[in-house]
Design a protein around this ligand. Sequence first.
Ligand code: 6R9
Length: 647
Amino acid sequence: MEEKVYEVPADWAKRAYVDDTKYRAMYEASVRDPEAFWGEHGKRIHWFHPYHRVKNTSFAQGKVSIRWFEDGTTNVAYNCIDRHLPARAKQTAIIWEGDDPAESRHVTYQELHDEVCRFANVLRNRGVGKGDTVTIYMPMIPETAFAMLACARLGAIHSVVFGGFSPDSLASRIADCRSKVVITADEGLRGGRKVPLKANTDAALERLGNTVEHVVVVRRTGGAVNMEPGRDVWYHEAAKMVTSECPAVEMNAEDPLFILYTSGSTGQPKGVLHTTGGYLVYAAMTHQYVFDYHDGDIYWCTADVGWVTGHSYIVYGPLANGATTLMFEGIPTYPSISRFWDVVDKHKVNVFYTAPTAIRSLMQAGEEPVTRTSRASLRLLGTVGEPINPEAWEWYHRVVGEGRCPIVDTWWQTETGGILITPLPGATRLKPGSATRPFFGVKPEIVDAEGKVLEGPAEGNLVIADSWPGQMRTVYGDHKRFMDTYFSTYPDKYFTGDGCRRDADGYYWITGRVDDVINVSGHRMGTAEVESALVAHPKVSEAAVVGYPHDIKGQGIYAYVTLMAGEQPSEDLRKELVAWVRKEIGPIASPDLIQFAPGLPKTRSGKIMRRILRKIAEDEFGNLGDTSTLADPAVVDDLIHNRQNKR
Ligand code: 6R9
């Protein structure tokens, strides 16, 4: 099959910060002498006290330690706001587009300053200071960004929990980082439907006893909520009592900025910890170069701020660059399936960054909902979160971008803080489905199962050989888990958990996770989390969860469930289990298919052979590989016979 290649459009070659020659020179310099390269680019943010030491990092076994700009001091909120005021006080920082198309709001940099200071003062009055953790459980409204930046201003560490998570998931995240303060809203609003955020918070706090001292509640819908006297306060009332001035606390480059919980192949979600200086430099620099952000551009990332994409590419990267960033409360299909493109036209969006799953679902409705809109303002398109299939890429390029907008397919992770592998729109010839080449300072390698580094065109597992400033520093409260998870599979290298192919042009093609993490609609989930939710149901004795290819979601959740003795499989029980998992974790974890299985394939030592379950879920049971170590080979026939229909 002939590979399709898209050349850099002529206007892009002219406009962009870097062309191919410059990319190669800068990349070469960045990996030859990282100290010099980052020593220079670290200056893109304002430092209260400049750094002298640039890079002090080690991936060595048992001694992993990552420090960037370690003797510099700065403040993230100062960089995202105050620094811009002389030139940009009246420029829009945040365009907010409500769930209801009749609602939108422009927040200027001056207003951002005032709102963030007020929020910081409300928090400070409740005892929040440097090093304290604050949990934020909010809808997509500007106050969420104000709250994050208010924490950064005070030196407090925020932990944003996605508003779609259940009370139990929220409770375990509050408990893990011991937040004494929680910020939430009365209700969220998505696609015309209300999300009971305050009620969920109440339920979460009930499970925790009295560990949370203050709940700050932002009014969004005006829906009725219960306010606990002494503990809960309305933000709009508290904000009246404070001024719009609040000094930005001087922070060391390596002081924590935020924790974000993410799923791995084992156990509970880990608190990924990002720090101040390196994170901001990296988020800002990637935002500028990958999206080729110039003054005046209107930039829109459709992610939720509950995920890392929202942190780095709605809030921190764009605001550090003095950009105009659009924040969207709603969903792509409400009130109509043209919503994304209507918003593009309404706000004259130039750069649009979304997930492949959204593109695939919009593709199903055909071209007309897209072509009936103008989209003339669009210049660049981006994707993130999962591999994009070439068909979806082509549709995005041809229909949405009318063939004139390059697509940046950006590969990265919660752990990496910012984009690591990506095209640059003025420099990189595009191949649909490939994230193409590494960003400056990033050294990807492909290794085989034994850890041997493969050269040239090769396929294997993706590792990164050296540190970059945006890298996570530790798992909050558990450095050993950090080292074990990321630096022990391939000693002295950061293991991404992704499989990858490199072609003859040195382009990288991410093939998906090689561990027990699945990616459902761009949401990352550990199969172990879904399993433990299932086995917590009184009728379930055992469960094994795997991913299977799903046309829209990328991967669907396939659960094999063994019931307690005496329990009978039924459609009702199937529905009950799906509802149970939604309640335990949240709607994003709902199993798509449940197969009742009298037995699971196990080795003689009792380990579930997931490889076999995965193949059956993928309908590839003709080729199950070696089954000779199974304790009872007969279970496999039953599993194949009763497999669930995907259509
Ligand atoms: C930013 C984000 C990380 C996992 C990652 C990989 C998958 C992300 C991708 C991609 C192929 C891309 N992934 N971007 N796969 N191409 N452009 O998504 O972070 O939620 O931590 O997920 O997502 O499998 O390992 P996170």
